[in-house]
Design a protein. Structure first.
Length: 397
């Protein structure tokens, strides 16, 4: 029985569920922040109602009202928006464990960065996710959290510091994915520990005839707004593992910092628009500047090339590929933890090497992300040989 194929199917279904749940969570987050910002007061409304918004969708009209604290009574059916967040995190954590912790020696540990064992690296990952939530939660509840701008600045600095720290413990890919997991855990922590519990207290007080504490709603709204701004950068981080150039640079921590700033500005533009404030279009070029800076940093952060004398023959490149790449990219991989050739790409014959020459050049010589964590110890001279061979025409001679 082909167990490798079944494992791949299981991973696909877990990843699919994670993405679908994430889409549902992001969609509800974006919608409710936009709805809350668009609420308008009106004299005819109940004094306890913050405002209302009229919307058109699917051929019908919707009249949406929000109570500042709570109405006099609740209907028999009340919709809770929580399982989108929980499902996203649960399946995301399963992916983190199955891909990065089970195969830590392949995807997480980079001996040139830190001499951690796979078990130690996994322990550091889990511990920092828990610690990250505790630090963030304390910040929000401290005097720092009483001012939005102050909290945003301190939170951003700590997030960049966490990125810098991860890059000095894990591989670039492992570091970025843990930044995403850290932010995602903070977001779901907001839902699980703050937003839903606060709403339940309000419902309980209402049913018991007590006046709910408005501070509970304000705190939940603050955390919901944080989640809204963190959504775009965490999606970028989760996609980054498909684009090695984002983390295969010595300035990777600055790259991610720039991306966070850019996405915050974009999200802010939309939020201002939803609130009817007509945001300046200058926010778009302002958001483009850090993104362009990130692109520039990926180029500046590339290692210096090694000068070679003479031409490079195909036989030399084939020997490098056979020694450094075929342990994984073969019909029967011999590298521990790899059961099938990644993405079905194989370099075990001259024809396959020539057909995939551009890919080999890009991954081994340009981004230098392959071999993963340099597990097969390819040298700078060998990378330069591949580069010179490809740039001279990638001949089979």
């Amino acid at each position: 029985m082909h167990w490798g194929l079944l494992i791949d199917w299981a991973e696909l279904l877990v990843r699919w569920t994670h993405i679908v749940a994430g889409i549902a969570w992001i969609g509800s987050s974006f919608y409710f922040i936009a709805l809350d910002a668009s609420l308008l007061p009106h004299p005819r409304l109940d004094k306890r109602v913050k405002g209302e918004a009229w919307q058109v969708h699917g051929g019908g009209f919707y009249q949406m009202q929000k109570y500042t604290v709570a109405p006099d009574y609740l209907p028999d059916h009340l919709t809770w928006f929580k399982w989108e967040a929980y499902t996203t995190w649960i399946f995301g954590f399963i992916l983190l464990v199955s891909v990065y912790y089970v195969n830590a020696s392949v995807y997480l540990v980079d001996k040139s960065v830190a001499g951690l064992t796979p078990l130690a690296a996994s322990g550091v990952g889990i511990a920092t996710l828990a610690a990250g939530w505790l630090v963030y939660d304390r910040l929000c509840k401290s005097w720092i959290g009483q001012n939005t701008l102050r909290l945003a600045v301190v939170g951003f600095v700590l997030l960049v510091a966490a990125t810098y720290g991860y890059l000095h413990v894990f591989s670039g890919r492992g570091a970025f994915i843990h930044v995403g997991a850290l932010v995602g855990s903070i977001m779901v922590g907001n839902v699980f520990f703050i937003i839903i519990p606060n709403q339940k207290i309000v419902v309980k007080d209402l049913l018991a005839g007590r006046v709910p504490d408005p501070a509970l709603g304000a705190q939940a709204k603050q955390r919901s707004l944080h989640n809204n701004y963190l959504t775009l950068p965490v999606v970028f981080v989760m996609l980054s593992n498909h684009y090695a150039f984002t983390y295969a640079t010595k300035y990777a921590w600055l790259v991610l910092a720039a991306v966070f700033i850019s996405t915050f500005l974009v999200r802010h533009w939309f939020n201002l628009g939803h609130a009817g404030q007509k945001p300046s279009w200058l926010l778009w070029p302002a958001a483009a500047v850090p993104m362009l800076a990130a692109a520039g940093l990926t180029i500046l952060g590339q290692p210096a090339s090694v000068a070679l004398s003479g031409s490079v023959k195909f036989a030399g490149v084939q020997q490098i590929v056979a020694t450094r790449c075929v342990t994984c990219h073969a019909p029967r991989p011999t590298f521990e933890g790899i059961e099938e050739a990644p993405k079905g790409i194989m370099f075990d014959t001259p024809a396959r090497i020539l057909a995939q020459s551009a890919l080999i050049y890009q991954q081994a010589a340009v981004t230098r992300i392959m071999p993963l964590n340099n597990a097969t110890e390819i040298t700078e001279e060998e990378r330069q040989m591949i580069s010179q061979w490809y740039q001279s025409g990638a001949s089979g001679q």
